[in-house]
Design a protein around this ligand. Structure first.
Ligand SMILES: Nc1ncnc2c1ncn2[C@@H]1O[C@H](COP(=O)(O)OP(=O)(O)OP(=O)(O)O)[C@@H](O)[C@H]1O
Ligand SMILES: O=P(O)(O)OC[C@H]1O[C@H](OP(=O)(O)OP(=O)(O)O)[C@H](O)[C@@H]1O
Ligand SMILES: [Mg+2]
Length: 301
């Protein structure tokens, strides 16, 4: 399907929906979500947003129905493995890893299960929504098993007598614990990412994707960075700078007042990392004062 407008697939509702919308909005793409509308036209750019189930996003990108999509790597790789079996289009380009949707696909067994190693699951039944990722892991270890495919609430399977173990997503581990299960093996670590279709063609579309990606990079960099302002004794400038994590080329400014603070300068710096309380305490020990750590909203190099 070709169109001059850039088509973007986002999860309609669920764990990635809000963060995905927020990211596009922070990149300057204006749109209004109306719960019932599944295609949303941007108010200021030639972009259409398709709001779909996350499971459908990789296929829409691989088939060229949309140009880019935001999806979890777990769903992406699972769909790719599935498509490879049936010789369906399975290529895409991962253009950016994102800083949300952190989770892992893990094997888990009932708390009382005597688990030693993956082999402990030999010939047992494992419930999962990710049969292809599970198969890849078990085949690599040469372990025979049976699968039981469920679309959700996988954690209920052992208690319901459907399976002996499960292979499902874990983040805090609270769902496993609440269902009397223990995590035994991480088989895949996942984050959200932006993928692009190999079918995207007109130059204007690529230009728009490049612009959005440059903004995405700016948004993520800004989130990971902090603006630091402090007063420091002239004698300790270098030691203070050495303490600031990842700060390059700080600005050093004289203070307008004299007296007690006549020996002080103001240091402003962008730090590429979070600044922890213990760093602030060490700065204070070096004589720094009026230490401010500020969030940065946007950044462009
Ligand atoms: N507990 C979690 N913490 C963080 N990220 C998660 C968690 N669970 C899932 N994810 C990530 O978010 C994605 C979407 O999860 P969600 O539970 O919303 O999916 P879903 O129920 O399949 O939604 P849909 O209705 O779109 O099919 C997952 O594929 C995964 O990448
Ligand atoms: O380790 P935790 O922090 O407890 O998170 C793990 C749970 O989160 C996901 O389900 P979700 O709550 O998104 O519901 P779903 O089954 O409808 O996808 C996942 O499928 C687990 O069940
Ligand atoms: Mg889904």
């Amino acid at each position: 399907m070709t169109s001059n407008r850039l088509r973007v697939a986002l999860q309609k509702s669920g764990r990635l929906a809000i963060e995905s919308q927020k990211l596009l909005k922070t990149c300057g793409i204006k749109f209004n979500i109306n719960e019932q509308r599944l295609i949303v036209h941007s108010d200021n750019l030639p972009i259409d947003i398709l709001r779909v189930r996350d499971d459908d996003i990789p296929g829409l990108v691989m088939d060229g129905v949309v140009d880019i999509g935001i999806v979890g790597e777990n769903v992406l790789v699972e769909e790719q493995l599935e498509r490879q079996i049936y010789n369906k289009p399975a290529s895409y380009t991962k253009i950016r890893q994102l800083d949300f949707g952190y989770c892992r696909l893990s094997l888990a067994v009932p708390a009382e299960f005597d688990y030693q190693q993956p082999n402990s699951l030999s010939n047992l039944r494992i419930a999962t929504t990710y049969p292809n990722l599970l198969k890849q892991f078990m085949q690599n270890k040469d372990i025979a098993y049976q699968d039981c495919i469920l679309k959700g609430s996988v954690e209920v399977a052992p208690r319901a007598g459907l399976a002996d173990a499960i292979c499902d997503l874990v983040s805090t581990g609270a769902t496993l614990e609440a269902n009397g299960l223990k995590e035994t093996e991480i088989i895949f670590k996942s984050k959200a990412c932006i993928i692009q279709s190999p079918a995207t063609q007109p130059d204007e579309k690529q230009l728009l994707i490049d612009t959005i990606m440059s903004r995405v990079n700016g948004v993520i960099q800004a989130k990971e960075s902090k603006y630091i302002m402090l007063h420091a004794p002239k004698d300790n400038i270098q030691s203070v700078i050495n303490l600031l994590p990842g700060a390059e080329n700080p600005t050093i400014l004289p203070l307008s007042s004299s007296g007690d603070i006549g020996n002080m300068v103001a240091i402003h710096a962008v730090s590429r990392e979070d600044v922890f309380w213990d760093t602030m305490e060490q700065l204070k020990q070096l004589g720094a004062s009026s230490i401010l750590i500020l969030p940065i909203e946007k950044m462009m190099e």
